[in-house]
Design a protein around this ligand. Sequence first.
Ligand code: BGC
Length: 430
Amino acid sequence: MLNKNQWRCLLAVGMSVLASAAVHAGEVEVLHYWTSGGEAQSVQELKAMMTARGHSWKDFTVAGGAGGNAMASLKQRVLDGNAPAAALIKGPAIQEWAELNALTNLDAMALFDKWDDFLPKVVADQMKYKGHYVAVPVNVHRVNWLWANSAVLKKAGVTVMPTNWDEFFVAADKIRAAGFVPLAHGGQDWQDFTVFETVALGVGGPEFYDKALLKLDKAAIGSDAMKKTLETFRRLKTYVDAKAPGRDWNVTTDMVIKGKAGFQFMGDWAKGEFLAAKQMPGKDFICMPAPGTANAYTYNVDSFAMFQLKSWEAQKAQGYLAYVLMGKDFQERFNLRKGSIPVHLNLNMDKFDECAKRSNVDFAATAKAGTLLPSVAHGMALSTAQQTAMRAAVNEFWNTDSMSVGQAIGRLQTLNAAVAPKLAHVAEKK
Ligand code: BGC
């Protein structure tokens, strides 16, 4: 782990490199799962910035939306005593890794670069373990979006985007009648979970979401709002095509891009796909908060946790990566492609499109109103064990038509018990 003076020296090197030519430094190996068209273009911005400064970049890429497969590979690498320099890890999982003493302390750099001054507190807190920085955030994704193909809506006679669930089903019926798939969905557990949390927020509102999905309050899980959520969620399935099972999220977004489907519920990494396909927001496609969720915001912050490394060269490259990630230049370039917004407070949003501008305004407004909520489906709230258990219950309900709403509620009510062992199996072998 670098001490304060080493960080200062590293930062000094970093600054002078920015101003002059590249120096030779270490290799930085980064675990991520950004393999779709828009994601690959975004990560390319980062690679280019690192290699331009003389560092060599090594991809440790594990395909699979939302990172389920990547986390399994990471555990194996850490067990083997061969951690990468950085890994795309989010929310409470950051703390779980820090608890195992696997992450490096970034406080000196955070202090030098004044991270606390420009990061929203809600984001900064997630990057810290016991008050110390161990991870670096790159963006804020909003999850509660509804995406639509403008031409499909027009052909189906849908003139306005639905703002509540009744309107959504009326519009979906029209789209079906016009011969399109109403709802593009990929039947993978994390995609089911993404739609589920959005429906819960839209049907039950922010307070219900907080109690039932974040606090795992048994009464809230057993409430009418949860019944209505599950019924609405199940009804959505009737608007999905038969080829949905197993379909990747970006292939699903492509159905909307190509005009085969009308709508998709997905976080704004989907916008990265529309943009990569050269589509224009407001013209070719539409972004709107999902029905009933306009005054709330489910956030999902992509962040890189930094692992402890042995060699000084590797530590230098890692430190430089952290420095670049927090720079305004990188944050702007990356987020223009990724679909998300920069994590910096007060960054100029002029170059961003309407969807990002709305996300930026809503992030601040919902933070004030107390309706800015962590996305459960994207690992921002529960422990890994709780999240895994909830995802499995939701996935089973989506796939099992014979499972009643009551049975699903019963299953969800057992979740409080689904704490630990977290990453204990890694700890045992360390
Ligand atoms: C991540 C995004 C990623 C998406 C699809 C989300 O959980 O936060 O960065 O693009 O999953 O893999």
